[in-house]
Design a binder for this molecule. Structure first.
Ligand SMILES: CC(C)=CCC/C(C)=C(\C)COP(=O)(O)OP(=O)(O)O
Ligand SMILES: [Mg+2]
Length: 448
């Protein structure tokens, strides 16, 4: 099916409102003053000795079901507190005190005010011993609307898949995934920004690298050309046209081009640049994985973990501010302490995938690398012991994410930083929930 040449419609998102240069500069100057005030704190904390105590991780909390919202009801988004936050439980749980209930962004620690009917148990079993925070089932009203809109985008705007892949598209449940990962998105339009990108990222992974005709052969070329749908080519007139035409020539490129077009309209230039950088990281990771597949080489465990830090979910939690309708300023995003928190969160979420997709990948043709497989091969362990060790690696990454996020929050008393950290933590929890409950796609090994 030929790709319709579509241009994303003008967005009505607040963040997409035309940013006049003057307005942007005034905003940036005001922000710069705040940022400079805290950068010193962040830097001095990062320089502390590695044995310095870090705040304790919060206890996992049981979560009552939130009342379903209407599809377009805006979430409370105003950050409220500017005081230093001493522990992660406070940061992730949001502001407390009289009148602040509506400002909490993740439904982690809530005391129900009236008895709600008990929620049916979530489908799927969490991996025994896996450190995670259970979350409530994503708002079904939003899920339904996002699912409807994403299918129409996939079919009508980018001709993403042939009819026979429909069941797999539906089974992926991307609407439920994204609604669960972005509980503070103000509207369904905001959720769609994340959902289109998630679908496009998976189209590239499936069609270029894996299940749907992917292969390590020629992957570098395919990825580079697809990357230009995110990061445009500027060349001479003669060669500009064939490049522009190439972006419509296969489903992954059509999906990247369209999803990025929508993202650009909602994001600031530096948020778009952040995303492009994270996608370049992702593509670098795909290439290392492909090189090992071509060489039939199993890397050492640390080498695998390094590759998986790039072939990683990172581009998804790092758009939490765009999806939330606000911006974490570039200077704060670039701080080493923030980069470390983001990397740890991305690594924990990605090892969650290795663990939940273990049986699916064992059943796939050839050797599919994931953390348990690499540990078993390189550390001479049984499949079971290697899997259990991989669970421990995940748990250590999660604790490191949480303690580093808590330390950063305490050192950086800026509401936007706290909100961003809460957004990343919500993504981590939503990602776990989706993996646990996506029994169409994943099943656990029989190790317990
Ligand atoms: C959504 C996104 C940025 C994905 C990039 C990397 C990726 C595909 C994963 C982290 C998922 O890993 P994997 O390819 O192993 O996925 P499945 O196990 O097939 O679900
Ligand atoms: Mg996997």
């Amino acid at each position: 099916m030929p790709a319709p040449e579509t241009t994303p419609p003008q967005s009505s998102l607040p963040a997409a409102a035309a940013r006049s240069t003057a307005h942007f500069l005034a905003e940036a100057a005001a922000r710069a003053r705040d940022i400079q005030a805290v950068i010193g704190h962040v830097t001095s904390h990062v320089g502390a000795p590695s044995g310095a105590p870090t705040p304790a991780a919060p206890p996992a909390a049981s979560v009552p079901a939130p009342a379903p919202r209407s599809a377009e009801a805006p979430a409370a988004v105003t950050p409220a507190v500017a005081a230093p936050v001493p522990d992660l439980g406070r940061v992730l749980g949001g502001p407390r005190g009289l009148g602040t209930a509506g400002l909490r962004l993740t439904p982690r620690v809530q005391v129900p005010t009236d008895p709600a009917p008990p929620e049916p148990p979530a489908e799927g079993t969490p991996i025994p011993g896996l450190y995670h925070h259970p979350v409530a089932e994503p708002d079904p009203v939003r899920v339904e609307e996002v699912s409807r809109r994403i299918k129409s985008w996939a079919l009508d705007e980018v001709s993403l898949y042939p009819e026979e892949w429909e069941e797999q598209f539906d089974g992926f449940s991307v609407g439920r995934y994204m609604v669960g990962c972005h509980p503070d998105a103000p509207t369904v339009d905001h959720l769609m920004i994340a959902t289109r990108l998630m679908v496009a990222e998976n189209a590239v992974d499936d069609c270029y690298c894996e299940d749907h005709g992917g292969s390590p052969d020629g992957l570098g070329e395919r990825l580079l050309l697809a990357h230009t749908a995110l990061d445009p080519v500027y060349t001479t007139e003669e060669y500009q046209a064939p490049w522009a035409k190439s972006l419509g020539s296969d489903a992954p490129r059509r999906a990247y081009r369209s999803a990025m077009g929508y993202f650009d309209q909602a994001a600031s230039p530096s948020q778009s640049d952040r995303y492009r950088h994270d996608m370049a990281r992702l593509h670098l990771g795909y290439l290392a994985e492909a090189a090992w597949a071509q060489m039939e080489h199993v890397p050492e465990v640390w080498e695998y973990l390094a590759m998986r830090q790039f072939n990683n979910f990172r581009p998804c939690p790092t758009i939490t501010d765009t999806v939330g309708g606000y911006e974490l300023p570039a200077d704060l995003h670039a701080q080493p302490a923030m980069q470390k928190v983001i990397a740890l969160a991305g690594n924990a979420t990605t090892i969650v995938n290795d663990l939940y997709s273990y049986t699916k990948e064992l059943d796939a043709p050839g050797t599919h690398l994931n953390l348990p497989v690499v540990i078993a091969a390189r550390e001479d362990m049984s499949d079971r012991d290697a899997y259990l060790k991989a669970v421990e690696v995940h748990n250590e990454l999660m604790h490191a994410f949480e303690s580093n996020a808590a330390a950063l929050a305490a050192d950086c008393p800026i509401p936007t930083v706290h909100r961003f950290l809460r957004g990343v933590a919500a993504w981590v929890d939503g990602n776990h929930h989706w993996h646990q409950t996506n029994t169409y796609r994943y099943s656990l090994p029989d190790f317990w």
